[in-house]
Design a protein around this ligand. Sequence first.
Ligand SMILES: C[C@H](O)[C@H](O)[C@@H](O)C(=O)CO
Ligand SMILES: [Mn+2]
Length: 427
Amino acid sequence: MHALSPSPYKDVDQAFALAKERYAGLGVDVDRAIGRLAKVPISLHCWQGDDVGGFEDSGEDIGGGLAVTGNYPGRARTPDELRADLDLALSLIPGTHRLNLHASYAETGGRPVERDALEPAHFRRWIEWAKAKGMGMDFNPTYFAHPKAADGFTLAHPDDGIRKFWIDHGIACRRIGAAIGQALGSPCVTNVWIPDGMKDTPIDRKAPRQRLAAALDAMFAEPLDRRHNLDAVEGKLFGLGSESYVVGSHEFYLGYAVSRKKLVCLDAGHYHPTESLSDKISSVLTYLDEILLHVSRGVRWDSDHVVTLTDELESIAQELVRGDYLGRVHIGLDFFDASINRIAAWVVGTRCMLKALLMAMLEPTAELRRLEAEGNYTARLAMLEELKTLPFGAVWDHYCQVKDVPVGPAWLGKVKSYEAEVLSRRG
Ligand SMILES: C[C@H](O)[C@H](O)[C@@H](O)C(=O)CO
Ligand SMILES: [Mn+2]
């Protein structure tokens, strides 16, 4: 037990010792699994903390076919509040992680700065904050909540001037991404998602896609050091108000990423409900060196519910571990829920992602592979079901304890105290 860990669970060590024996009986080295998990950063998205509001104070609606529901008190209203909330969330999640920031979270000293004129200096305080915590950062141009995106088109806009504005925003953001990556000594994944699409059946599906490809080429023209910045492109099946046609579909971006050597971003909420992100990982990694994940949870029309330990989350983690893909996959989260405590949402989602990875790392994969290769599908199925009730929780509790974060639901008490002392005082 970690000397500094005040845990209400006196039996964590004992349970861990028994669990370790159980896993060892299956040939699984629990300590190795824990060591592997500790090396996996999850990129926490800033936008869960303030309902995707950002700090531009432009008065614009979120737009872009995105919707945040709920009015739980305590939304972060300033960058300092958001950083304080993230500080608390990160203190309740085992391991060292990353921050995923949107361009609309710039700090411009109260002076409005247009998005095509943003510079690394506007993110200096975020970079300093991450550096002090030994964290890396990822970045996103913001193609919504802006008058020039009000008609639902940005990089595929038919108007040359508007398209140019958004290309220049992308150029500015790639430079900011590179500055972040250089400052923090870890490549920044700069992910492009645009809302462009149509509510009803378009006549011309072709021209907007041709404009988007050309706009992306112009935006990506400047070569940047891959040690500092990695470009990613994120597709989507539909959005609110773009139900019939999305210019940047999955197929569009997969083709773009393969032909231009970019990362594709797979968002778990962006496919037809009968499709699963987990099945796409090994397909796209056959052709791409690296990808970005936006781990989310789609529920009916909404693509962005808080991540929980679902079968699909377990499958995603299994694919990453079984395929030995962790060095090629950047794991980010993407959800926004304003109906519950926003810090708790980060903690639940990130802890679930880590739990799923740990479960996958505790799998006797070599043995399961052997059964499959022998065609022994009966034993494969039986083993997969038996593995589900192994004492995984005891290993997770031990991991939280050695990483000096609360074991079990004890973290919720810290969030509730912060809610009473800090969040409830926000207007
Ligand atoms: C706020 C993000 O950029 C956004 O969620 C995007 O990644 C997305 O998934 C849009 O549906
Ligand atoms: Mn996403």
